[in-house]
Ligand binder design. Structure first.
Ligand SMILES: [Zn+2]
Length: 228
């Protein structure tokens, strides 16, 4: 890039990742309200024991921003969106002892650390420790899941991650970027409970209605009111 191009990029206010509005980085007020009116909790459809919190719905500008942040490797954007999620959770009075994230395996040698970036923002805003409790499923587990999928004819599902260590009870806040079916969150939550966690709640930037128990999500209003 030319010097003028570099200067132009530095001087131009960073744009909203979803709609491109100048100065809206990482997400303008239209794509992500500064103070979301309801962030949960909603029961996860795949495991109603897990309460899910989300900054917004999967279909709105937030999803575009998350995908842009992931695909462009915008670590700072993901951490900032995570911080906003953490601020909203703090306002809603969430209780947790530590924050962890859904670990993803490397793809083509590149780390996929977007969930960790978001979790770091969440943990910072909540002033909670951040701990890598989960490891991505290994090749053997992936092969087993692929064979089971072929036999059942069902759509692909990721095998659950494994626990890196045992836990002596405690409330874990599990962070991921998006919840589409909720299957990944349910698998990771089950692993954490088996490892000894007393309670697992999940927080994502954006959740699809299908990930939440039927009737719990009201599009537009966000969901049921959160006690403040
Ligand atoms: Zn926008």
């Amino acid at each position: 890039m030319s010097l003028i191009g570099v200067l132009g990029r530095l001087l131009r206010p960073p744009a909203c990742l979803a709609c491109g509005l100048p100065g809206g980085w990482p997400c303008c007020a239209c794509c992500l309200p500064p103070e979301p009116d309801a962030v949960g909790p909603w029961p996860l459809a795949a495991d109603p024991e897990v309460a899910v919190w989300a900054l917004g719905a999967y279909g709105d500008g937030l999803r575009a921003a998350v995908l842009a942040g992931k695909l462009d490797g915008q670590a700072a954007a993901l951490a900032e969106l995570g911080r906003r999620l953490g601020v909203a959770l703090a306002a809603a009075g969430i209780g947790a002892d530590l924050v962890t994230w859904v670990a993803a395996g490397r793809v083509a040698g590149l780390p996929r650390d977007h969930a960790e970036r978001i979790a770091a923002g969440v943990a910072g805003a909540l002033d909670l420790p951040l701990a890598g409790l989960l490891a991505p499923a290994r090749g053997r587990d992936l092969g087993r899941a692929r064979r089971a999928r072929r036999r059942s004819g069902r759509p692909p599902s990721r095998p659950p991650p494994t626990a890196r260590r045992r836990l002596a009870g405690g409330r874990v806040l599990l962070v991921d970027d998006l919840a589409t079916t909720g299957g990944t969150l349910a698998g990771a939550a089950a692993t954490l409970r088996l490892a000894g966690a007393h309670q697992v709640e999940a927080a994502v930037l954006a959740a699809a209605p299908a990930a939440l128990q039927a009737g719990q999500w009201r599009a537009g209003g966000g969901g049921r009111a959160v006690p403040r």
